[in-house]
Design a protein around this ligand. Structure first.
Ligand code: C2E
Ligand code: MG
Ligand code: MG
Length: 630
């Protein structure tokens, strides 16, 4: 009566998938546990399907209670199986969107109801009954199909409403295995004797296995550690639901070490660190988040404080890379308390940003997760002010005079930007320039500043005849913009301003990406812009490279002016002499008092800028202070 040719290979395929499942590392998340449940229920259903079918064929020699029991078990498993596929879809959706407990409870109801109807069959005979002629389907037998279609249709609806944050691949896979189930149900309906639904369930398991259970999803490709996606998923699922301890850290000098030692040797070092983490928290989870960033998470009950301290201490010791000993500059973030006011996704984003920002974390003092979250909140506020200023054109451009040393009279000015903080105050550039650079907004901000500078020159230059130029800061990130020269020139044209009036201040850091940078400068130079090298002496200094570029002016960073004033040395006068010999003009920044003015005069710098003359002031204040001097 039954045809078993499909079910035997189906069981074998399932067993193979089960073996693979247990052989590979698995993230302890609900999605994976649900997958395991699917595998076990599938295996059980198939086995019971074969057994109950065989018994039904031999009903004459089989005790009635055994026929009742085998068939009832089959129907109970049938509903459980379809329900477990639905649950898996919920867990996939839950990876991004929070699936509410209410939805989970409502979803459970039809399942429980159907199980009750099956259990009541000996009394009601609704789904099936057994009599002297063996097994018979009951009047409600087709509830099996109705139930299955309701859950599959439910999945489609949920994917439509809650699946927007899923990747396209995940969304298609979800719809894919549910569609396979629909086809299987139709096939079962049309060919009831072939036990064919099992094969389609197998196919659905296969789709799930290759799309949601493949290794790349949660494992870092080069090491046996979980990856950033696994970290995000664990935080999303554990945060607020379960207590855990977490240690994350970043190698701040990773880029430099990577450039020096290359990928392979650096990987050996990273592998050693991962082993160390695994040794110190043997029952925890270890993550490599890329670019020298690591995380270790343990359920709270297993956490051991001293292990964390040991790990931190060891990381501060030198490490061996090949024959070299290197010192890793590491910064840590620890988490003890649950911080339920934040979602797991928010914690993930804040941590990843903090660990990537080499200037934020402190090497000598581990941060608490709370501090990272507060910093992230602060950045969020700044981000809002930045976006508001960009949308409403409300960035405030201040001007600070630049004075000719010989006469003590102002001849130029530097444009320095501030943002309204929403409470009548102003945010300094240190709060928002790097954020604007990171988030791709510096180009729009730079354009707004240039517009305001040009409008100021157009409207007020006549009142400030002494003003020869205005310096405008150009961020290294702006220098990466392809049509930079054309777009800056277009702004100047709009106001009828000659490019000689605008000096672009560029920091040394920009010069590192040399070929692109050189092209940008050439293009700008063709239009007639002039260049100042900003913050000379604050970092990377390469005199030869300087000569290659068309800088006219070099601005000495206030830090070297300050250290010269604290302890005079021969180096600064020599450097200045060398620059002058190369026909550079020199501007000293950070001139705060009379003594510095005197020292700068003696050093032979052409220009001075600093609080001694004026702080950066609003354009209106600048006008009332300096208009009609001649
Ligand atoms: P910078 O271009 O080196 O500007 C000089 C900084 O030194 C300004 O800080 C100025 O207020 C400060 N300063 C001037 N004289 C003195 C002094 O005598 N003593 C002390 N202690 N400080 C003095 P500010 O305005 O906070 O700007 C900081 C940095 O932000 C600037 O450094 C510049 O790199 C950047 N920045 C400002 N506005 C813009 C902008 O519109 N675009 C870009 N890309 N960067 C900007
Ligand atoms: Mg500057
Ligand atoms: Mg400067």
């Amino acid at each position: 009566m039954w045809n078993y040719s499909f079910i035997i290979p189906s069981v074998l395929i399932l067993l193979i998938i089960l073996c693979y499942y247990f052989l590979r590392p698995r993230l302890p998340i609900r999605m994976n546990r649900t997958f395991l449940r699917i595998l076990l229920i599938d295996l059980l259903t198939m086995s019971v399907d074969v057994i109950s079918s065989r018994l039904d064929e031999r009903y004459a020699t089989t005790p009635a209670w055994l026929l009742w029991a085998a068939n009832m078990l089959y129907f109970l498993l049938y509903f459980a199986r379809i329900y477990s596929y639905y649950m898996f879809s919920l867990e996939v959706l839950d990876q991004h969107e929070e699936i509410s407990t209410r939805l989970r409870q409502v979803s459970l109801l039809p399942f429980l109801l159907c199980e009750l109807i099956v259990l009541s069959s000996p009394l009601t005979g609704l789904i099936f009954k057994i009599d002297g002629a063996g097994y018979h389907s009951g009047p409600w037998y087709n509830l099996l199909y109705l139930f299955s279609f309701v859950y599959v249709a439910g999945t489609y609806v949920l994917v439509y409403f809650l699946g927007k944050r899923l990747s396209r691949f995940d969304r298609l896979s979800l719809l894919g295995y549910n569609t396979v189930l629909v086809v299987g149900l139709l096939a079962r309906f049309l060919m009831p004797t072939y036990l064919i639904l099992n094969t389609f369930c197998n196919l659905a398991v296969f789709v799930i296995f290759i799309s949601f259970q493949n290794q790349e999803r949660y494992l870092f490709s080069r090491f046996t550690a979980y990856n950033a996606e696994a970290f995000r998923t664990i935080l999303h699922e554990w945060h607020g639901r379960q207590k855990y301890r977490m240690l994350t850290f970043s190698i701040l000098n990773y880029t430099g070490l990577h450039d020096t030692f290359g990928v392979e040797r650096m990987d050996l070092c990273l592998e050693q660190i991962l082993q160390l983490i695994r040794r110190t928290s043997s029952r925890g989870l270890t993550f490599y988040l890329g670019s020298g960033r690591f995380a270790a998470i343990q359920p709270d009950s297993q956490a051991d404080e001293t292990l964390t301290t040991d790990l931190i201490n060891r990381l501060h010791q030198p490490w061996q890379i090949g024959n070299e000993q290197v010192h890793l500059e590491t910064a840590f973030v620890l988490s003890h308390s649950p911080l339920t006011e934040y979602t797991g996704d928010k914690v993930y984003e804040a941590l990843m940003t903090a660990l990537s920002d080499t200037h934020l974390l402190d090497q000598n003092h581990p941060w608490e997760l709370r501090e990272v979250m507060e910093e992230s909140d602060r950045i969020q506020v700044v981000r809002q002010h930045l976006l508001a200023a960009l949308a409403d054109n409300t960035a405030v451009v201040c001007l600070q005079p630049i004075v000719r040393t010989e006469t003590g009279e102002p001849v130029g000015a530097e444009a320095l930007t501030r943002l309204p903080d929403g409470q009548g105050g102003l945010l300094p550039p240190s709060a928002f320039i790097s954020l604007a650079e990171r988030e791709g907004k510096i180009g729009i901000l730079g354009d707004q500043v240039l517009h305001k500078v040009c409008r100021f020159l157009r409207d007020h230059h006549a009142e400030l005849p002494w003003l020869k130029w205005i310096n405008v800061n150009l961020s290294p990130v702006q220098c990466l913009q392809d049509n930079l020269a054309d777009s800056l020139h277009a702004i100047l044209q709009q106001y009828g301003i000659s490019p000689e009036m605008i000096h672009l201040e560029i920091t040394e850091q920009t010069m590192i990406d040399s070929s692109k940078f050189a092209k940008q400068l050439q293009a700008l130079q063709k239009y007639g812009f002039q260049f100042s090298l900003d913050d000379y002496g604050s970092g990377y200094s390469n005199l030869y490279r300087l000569i290659e570029y068309p800088f006219r002016n070099i601005k000495l960073d206030l830090s070297i002016v300050r250290s010269y004033m604290e302890q005079s040395n021969q180096l600064l006068p020599e450097v200045i002499r060398a620059f002058r010999a190369q026909h550079f003009e020199i501007t000293a920044e950070g001139v705060e008092d009379k003594e510095t003015v005197q020292a700068i005069k003696e050093l032979g710098c052409e220009y001075m800028q600093g609080f001694y003359f004026s702080r950066p002031i609003s354009m209106d204040q600048f006008l009332s202070k300096y208009a009609k001097r001649e």
